[in-house]
Design a protein around this ligand. Sequence first.
Ligand code: SAH
Length: 251
Amino acid sequence: MIHFVGAGPGAEDLITVRGERLLKQADVVIYAGSLVNPVHLARTKSDCDVYDSASMTLEQVMEVMIPAAQAGKTVVRLHTGDPSIYGAIREQMDWLDAQGVEYDVCPGVSSFCGAAAALRAEYTLPDVSQTVILSRMAGRTPVPERESIRSLAAHGSTMILFLSAGMLEKLTEELIAGGYAPGTPAAIVYKATWPDETVIRTTVAGLAEAAKQNGITKTALIAVGGFLGDTYERSKLYDPTFTHGCREATL
Ligand code: SAH
């Protein structure tokens, strides 16, 4: 059996209980070396075969996984954060489907959740934004034109940008062209939940300079929006004057 497992954003204890159990059972682990915290590998059995996929192609990953699974071994494909976000798991699952090899997926804590924790922030504040856009700048992987940062920015919602920390001047330009004021609060969260986590609070206009001053070019998320500001409305859910399915208004 093959298990795709989300390793979480970095901290050793932010893998799920299920993910940890699967790692302990694994005969073969293939981990995404550039971002998975290597401490997770210490959980494997002493005779577990461990591969770093950073230097492997999809074909090579399959050449390791499929014969192992067919020999009855437990295989863990360990991805950073949650595998569904920029994890390139669809192409692996389709390959396995075509070969009739069984697999399942164990979710993980995505880095965008780790970043919210690092920021002590709520992404969905009443009267500020009720929408979180997860996206990225186009890099060597293109982004469909209808999803350009400029067009997504027009919503003025909470935005969390992956894979974009090396392109902040262009990102700022796009965010402003899309409608965010230059002074809109923004943050850079570097290595959320890792021991060397760094949080930098700035503005949309200040992003590139802040990253430069802190030497950050990768392994960071960019957060943008009014949720990083000071004003919002209280929730209805806990408002004493509001009645809902589980509670009568008391005021
Ligand atoms: N599947 C992962 C994302 C993989 S894409 C997830 O759910 O988090 C890789 C990008 O994710 C990096 O370029 C960076 O933008 C972001 N990233 C991953 N881990 C991070 C962390 N601990 N802190 C900040 N950003 C992180």
